[in-house]
Write a protein that binds this ligand. Structure first.
Ligand SMILES: C[S@@+](CC[C@H](N)C(=O)[O-])C[C@H]1O[C@@H](n2cnc3c(N)ncnc32)[C@H](O)[C@@H]1O
Length: 430
């Protein structure tokens, strides 16, 4: 009988999505934070269920040759990163392996192998968007699997100037005794615009006065926004109401509620790969589902005869329409609505998509929308995913109906030091 007092020796074979080591004691799966694949350790069980258990690492008996000292002093506590204790090349291998496993176990694709992951030359300080939790005017991140705030001086995933700005924000929040729940900073890499979004209850009039003074004290912020957490509505406090970014030579306006990719360099690498590899020609009509503020849509328009983008966030569609105009594109249209609503009845009657691009959120595409895609029967489907599990599930629906064959599966490391993986998959009609 397993118990919480004894020590057990285990060998980790895998990592979970949170970066915990996966080991076994007989049939029982044991999750051990901090343990890497190939490592042997002595562990103490902290939670025992019928089919799985959680354990604390007590002593590392055989360390992995790929183990390194995490450069961040908060790594063991903070819930932001999960892989800093692994060499970067091993991180790329582990994530590709996880993707392959999802394709086999969830998608039932035998013999499919993802291409080597496209990594970064410098896998730190890559984020152009960061969300801080706030307690007592201190900005930080929640500890692993908890709501306890880890106060940090610097985060190695964000550029140094964002860390400086974080310090200024803490100072003004403290000086003006302003209570907020969260703070988001978004930065445009090419234009150096910086948007600060405070999340909290709607500020009263005395609050607003202090916020106005505070806005003047926050130097180098081009846009200051207050997000009402109850109504999910935003108030434009100072500066511009959006930031501008250049992506592969086109300019884009991004407003506070519009989705923004967090890793500019890897986003450009991924877009370039997609645009280079697609069979899209100037004779083709294309559909860009889950198009956000139209960044990929505008680039598709450069090649296609006509493209329609579909997106459910109103302000993102407003941005997308403006972005098409800024880039002088006339062969683009956008439809506001969910993919679920638009696909069955919202597309123009004379429009037929030769190619469909899908870039859904982590939950993937709902099964009815996948059936609609299959009914359209485009020549090619390009699926961009940030979640290998839902990707594998959706690819199974698209391919196992027999009309599409899986082509290249190309992962991009959009989120170094974490277990997250971005993947581009091409499907070709048989
Ligand atoms: C991963 S982002 C991709 C955005 C864009 N393709 C890009 O590269 O920046 C997913 C987008 O889908 C939108 N979205 C989420 N669920 C949706 C749905 N059911 N219908 C339409 N859009 C949706 C989100 O608002 C977000 O803009």
């Amino acid at each position: 009988m397993l118990n919480k007092k004894s020590l057990y020796t285990v060998l980790a074979t895998d990592l979970t999505h949170d970066g915990d080591g996966v080991a076994h004691i007989d049939e029982l799966v044991v999750f051990v934070p901090g343990l890497l694949p190939g490592e042997k350790a002595s562990v103490r069980l902290t939670k025992i269920k019928k089919t799985f258990a959680h354990a604390d690492l007590v002593e590392l008996i055989k360390p992995s040759p790929f183990r390194v000292d995490p450069p961040c002093p908060y790594f063991h506590e903070c819930g932001g990163c999960s892989l800093q204790h692994l060499t970067y090349s091993a991180q790329l291998d582990v994530k590709r392996n996880t993707l392959n496993q999802a394709l086999r176990r969830i998608g039932h694709f035998e013999g499919v192998n993802a291409l080597p992951m496209v990594g970064m030359d410098n896998p730190y300080r890559y984020r152009s968007k960061v969300q801080f939790q706030v307690q007592d005017y201190h900005l930080g991140f929640f500890a692993k699997k908890s709501k306890r705030l880890v106060k940090i001086k610097d985060c190695l995933l964000i550029p140094g100037d964002m860390t400086v700005l974080k310090g200024q924000i803490e100072q003004v929040l403290h000086d003006h005794e302003l209570l907020v729940e969260r703070v988001v900073i978004k930065k445009s890499v090419t234009e150096k615009h910086r948007m600060v979004i405070f999340y909290g209850e709607v500020p009263g009039s005395s609050h607003l006065k202090r916020i106005k003074i505070m806005a003047e004290e926050l130097k180098n912020v081009s846009s200051l926004i207050w997000m009402d957490t109850k109504e999910h509505k935003y108030y434009h406090l100072a500066g511009e109401d959006s930031i501008e970014e250049e992506i592969l030579g086109y300019r884009f306006r991004i407003s506070p509620l519009a989705f923004m990719q967090v890793n500019h360099a890897q986003m450009q690498a991924m877009y370039a790969y997609v645009l280079n590899k697609t069979s899209l020609t100037k004779e083709d009509q294309a559909l860009d589902l889950y198009c956000g503020m139209g960044s990929l849509t505008c680039h598709i328009a450069k090649i296609a005869k006509h493209v329609i983008g579909v997106e459910m966030v109103h302000s993102a569609i407003r941005d997308a329409e403006l972005n098409a105009r800024i880039n002088k594109l006339e062969n683009v249209d956008f439809i506001l609505g969910t993919v679920e609503e638009v696909l069955p009845k919202g597309l123009p009657e004379d429009f037929h998509a030769d190619i469909i691009f899908l870039d859904p959120p982590r939950a993937g595409v709902d099964s009815a929308s996948l059936q609609s895609v299959l009914q359209v029967l485009p020549r090619e489907i390009v699926y961009i995913s940030c979640n290998p599990s839902t990707l594998a599930r959706d690819l199974a629906i698209l391919c196992h109906a027999g009309q599409y064959a899986l082509q290249d599966v190309q992962p991009f490391d959009m989120f170094p030091q974490t277990m997250h993986t971005e993947t581009v998959v091409f499907l070709e009609r048989k």
